[in-house]
Design a protein around this ligand. Structure first.
Ligand code: DGL
Length: 267
């Protein structure tokens, strides 16, 4: 029988985006055993249909829960959470934390009352986002833009491939080019990949902007939900699991080590 202290936290995303959620959680629970899963065989999620995500994610998380016996699952992906969180919770008997666009803190912080929501194409069209905007940002103009290119820029950065700031400017133009876009003062990074390139986005914007994302709040939520549980005395080596283990995945090894993920394996 395995030591219950070794039961991991399982973070799930289509790719490396979930690392922006893993980092704040690890900062609060530094010796937590970590299994980080990238559904590289299903990547990217943001250009898939609702039906594809709804069919794929609960089934895959079911397999993963059986294999790794996590104490808690974190769906560190806005696309999967806004579409499939309820179905995953209904299907599994382990706690599941989701990721939702940080529209509430953005609305609290915005002075101009114009906020941008940068996510995947699938996320920005979700009724879930309409609902968050109506509940928490009713007095704001909420402009949305979906970008698959920005997801890929974040993946490439973590593989060590540099990109020109011009590529980031094109992404931001999708928000600033909309009517009222020039008044945006706060942008919600509503895809977990995007905080990984927030320095590049800030440099490309060339104006003062506030970027907010859900990562720190989810980190606190994970710490709260596991408060009082026993953890190993020292941090072990975390494992990164890829549903397709190929050269693209292997190229991420140095970046993954920086997040405490020293081992890579295929599912
Ligand atoms: N990181 C994901 C999100 O938060 C999705 C990226 C993708 O696979 O398109 O939405």
């Amino acid at each position: 029988m395995t030591d219950p202290r070794d039961r991991p936290l399982l973070f799930f995303d289509s790719g490396v985006g979930g690392l922006s959620v893993l980092a704040p959680a690890r900062a609060l629970i530094p010796t937590a055993p970590i299994v980080y899963v990238a559904d590289s065989a299903g990547y990217p999620y943001g250009t898939r249909s609702e039906a594809e995500i709804a069919a794929r994610v609960p089934a895959l998380l079911g397999r993963l829960a059986e294999r790794y016996d996590p104490r808690l699952i974190v769906i560190a992906c806005n696309t999967a959470s806004t579409i499939a969180l309820a179905a995953v919770r209904a299907a599994l008997d382990v706690g599941v934390v989701g990721t939702v666009p940080a529209i509430k803190p953005a609305a609290e912080a915005s002075v101009s009352r114009v906020i941008g929501v940068l996510g995947t194409d699938a996320t920005v069209r979700q009724p879930y986002v309409d609902d968050l905007a109506a509940r928490f940002a009713a007095d704001c103009t909420v402009l949305r833009h979906g970008s698959a290119a920005l997801v890929e820029l974040a993946e490439a950065k973590l593989r060590g491939e540099a990109a020109d700031l011009a590529a980031y400017r094109v992404v931001l133009a999708g928000l600033f080019g909309q009517p009222g876009g020039e008044r945006i003062d706060t942008i919600v990074n509503a895809c977990t990949h995007f905080p990984l390139v927030v320095d590049e986005l800030t440099a490309a914007a060339g104006q003062r902007l506030r970027f907010v994302d859900g990562g720190p709040g989810i980190g606190r939520r994970v710490a709260h939900l596991t408060a009082g549980q026993d953890w190993p005395d020292v941090a072990g080596e975390g494992v990164a699991v890829f549903t397709r283990l190929d050269a693209r995945a292997e190229a991420l090894a140095p970046a993954l080590r920086g997040y405490g993920l020293g081992r890579i394996e295929g599912l």
